[in-house]
Design a protein around this ligand. Structure first.
Ligand code: HEC
Ligand code: HEC
Ligand code: HEC
Ligand code: HEC
Ligand code: HEC
Length: 442
């Protein structure tokens, strides 16, 4: 929400989120049933169509989650029962209704009602608050019933009640901020947002992910408008702002395609045979509200490829130097681990932005249930422009009239191909997030 007043709060005063009002219930109350999204569809037909495109509707049926949870984790658990503690948490976000109704959080696949699986309409709109002081690790308080909580302060007439929480990032943080059972931060999108420039400007997660495009345009959110409900009896009012329910993210090509910007800066104006040419590539994360990559960072990969071509000849790939100490997790292929995790997914020598987690034996792992520490994190912060330096030396044969052509691109991978192979899910080809090119003559 672009709340004017919040714009005056300096970034340094962003402490703990406001505590829940005292009248809220302290525990979930399941005495009434949850409604299926099909029921909401009767009146909220457009919102329902958007919702079916979103990852929220697919959070349980998502084949990657299915393979990670019912495939890998359940079979590993048979050999290593200590994994069960972590396994009990997975459905709390990926299928909260099944989780709440279960005894210990683990529900066999064919016992989950697919119609009520994933993060449903009724689940989100009957959240009354969160347990404790901070939202995170699925500490929601759900109270299903006739009343649906949402953003409208002035009631039309129907089943709804205003909830300030739904208009704030803290609502999303309930599931998009999480620790493992042993207290390791593994989903940190909300705390990344808090460290960035957006809270002080009053820009919430909803202002990007629930607007028309998934981005701010010139720093502003543009929303859909119209009616929030269509009924045969009675008429819902026209609304200036309707929050979209598509929630574009890693599985939206447009969202990935426009998330970063690249700019090339030459460190010299003239080229001479044999002379060094300092090159800077600026990687600009001013469009995402959090780090890039964010979310499932145990598997997400973002990297920069830079190549130079002299006088139209075959391009030469420029290798990034490790900025962080050994084992060099910020350069593809530098750490021994990369040989079997990244394999040939990313050209060796590319600058990578990622997190690395390790298991109890201090070996890097891409599986949440094995995570014991986070040992590395060089992701791009919200609002940050990272300046990457490369050195190139002009060849002695560089002739008058030749030019130096530089091309840079930044790519995104949902997960390494080795991870897809281990889970038995299709690999996803990398997507280009941004490109830039520049030429310099002599
Ligand atoms: C992940 C949680 C989530 C899910 C799932 C979800 N909503 Fe919402 N919905 C929200 C939030 C948050 C807002 C308010 C955004 C704001 O004000 O900043 C909202 C707003 C609304 C509104 C007010 C009109 C508008 O769009 O602004 C209606 C009506 C609504 N949702 C109905 C639905 C229906 C129907 C479904 C399923 C088809 C659904 N919601 C699924 C979180 C959710
Ligand atoms: C019989 C029609 C009908 C059905 C079915 C229906 N709604 Fe609504 N809903 C409405 C109308 C009408 C409004 C008011 C729209 C407005 O004020 O612009 C509304 C408003 C809302 C709001 C806004 C609340 C607020 O105060 O901000 C939410 C959230 C919502 N509905 C969620 C749901 C969910 C979730 C379901 C399914 C579980 C559902 N609705 C089913 C008709 C319906
Ligand atoms: C009840 C838990 C829950 C709440 C509340 C919730 N989410 Fe989610 N969200 C999820 C889960 C689980 C997924 C991942 C589904 C998957 O990839 O399998 C997800 C996926 C997403 C994605 C898509 C990510 C991708 O990789 O494509 C976006 C964007 C998103 N959520 C934004 C939000 C925002 C913004 C809010 C607050 C308005 C919110 N979510 C509230 C659980 C939740
Ligand atoms: C200023 C706009 C903006 C704001 C604010 C914002 N996001 Fe995003 N978000 C983006 C963009 C752009 C992407 C696509 C780049 C990416 O995937 O990292 C994205 C991606 C995501 C993804 C998918 C990450 C992945 O790669 O799997 C999730 C989940 C997400 N956002 C959740 C949130 C949550 C939760 C909040 C609030 C705490 C939030 N976003 C605030 C713009 C925003
Ligand atoms: C606190 C909420 C929460 C819990 C608990 C949780 N997840 Fe998730 N999970 C999410 C969210 C949110 C996303 C989407 C983030 C993003 O877009 O990168 C996600 C994404 C994933 C993905 C990536 C899906 C894809 O298509 O890329 C996998 C796999 C996954 N979770 C497996 C698990 C397993 C296994 C567990 C239990 C060990 C678990 N999750 C526990 C919230 C949670």
């Amino acid at each position: 929400m672009l709340a004017g007043a919040a714009g005056c709060v300096p970034a340094t005063v962003q402490h703990a989120p406001p505590p829940p009002p005292p009248h809220l219930p302290l525990e979930s109350d399941l005495s009434q049933p949850f409604w299926s999204p099909q029921v909401c569809r009767n009146c909220h037909i457009e919102l329902h169509a958007q919702f079916t495109q979103s990852m929220h509707s697919k959070a349980f049926v998502n084949p990657v989650f299915q393979a990670a949870f019912y495939g890998k984790l359940m079979s590993d658990m048979a050999e290593n029962p200590s994994l069960e503690r972590q396994a009990r948490t997975c459905l709390s976000c990926h299928s909260p209704i099944a989780f709440l109704k279960s005894k210990n959080g683990i529900v066999p696949r064919d016992e989950v009602d697919v119609d009520l699986s994933g993060v449903t309409c009724d689940f989100c709109h009957t959240i009354r608050g969160f347990k404790g002081e901070r939202p995170g690790s699925a500490n929601y308080i759900a109270v299903p019933g006739e009343t649906k909580y949402g953003p409208y302060q002035h009631a039309f007439d129907f089943h709804h009640a205003y909830s300030e929480l739904h208009t704030k990032a803290e609502f999303c943080a309930i599931c998009h901020e999480a620790k493992t059972i042993d207290g390791v931060d593994f989903r940190t999108t909300y705390s990344e947002w808090r460290e960035g420039p957006y809270p002080a400007q009053g820009i919430q997660c909803q202002d990007c992910h629930m607007n028309k495009t998934g981005f701010l345009v010139d720093g502003k959110a543009h929303y859909e408008k119209g009616k929030a409900a269509f009924m045969t009896v009675g008429e819902a009012p026209d609304r200036e702002v309707i929050y979209s329910h598509r929630f574009p993210g890693a599985y939206s090509d447009e969202q990935i395609d426009q998330a970063l910007k690249l700019r090339i800066e030459w460190g010299t104006e003239k080229l001479a045979p044999g002379a060094p040419v300092p090159i800077h590539v600026h990687v600009d994360n001013s469009k995402a509200g959090h780090r890039i990559p964010t979310g499932s960072t145990e598997v997400r990969l973002v990297w920069l490829e830079v190549a130079v071509s002299e006088g139209g000849r075959e391009p030469v790939f420029l290798r990034a130097e490790p900025r962080e100490g050994p084992p060099g997790y910020d350069v593809a292929g530098a750490a021994a681990w990369d040989a079997y995790v990244l394999r040939r997914d990313i050209p060796e020598g590319s600058r990578i932005y990622r997190t690395v987690f390790v298991d109890a034996q201090e070996n890097p792992t891409v599986f949440l249930q094995e995570v014991v520490h986070r040992v590395f994190d060089n992701r791009l912060k919200p609002g940050e422009v990272r300046r990457e330096a490369f050195a190139y030396t002009v060849s002695p044969s560089f002739a008058p009239g030749d030019s130096l052509d530089l091309s840079a691109r930044i790519l995104y991978r949902h997960y390494p191909s080795s991870f897809a192979e281990q889970l038995g899910v299709p690999d996803r080809p990398p997507a280009t997030m941004a490109r830039a090119s520049a030429s310099l003559g002599n």
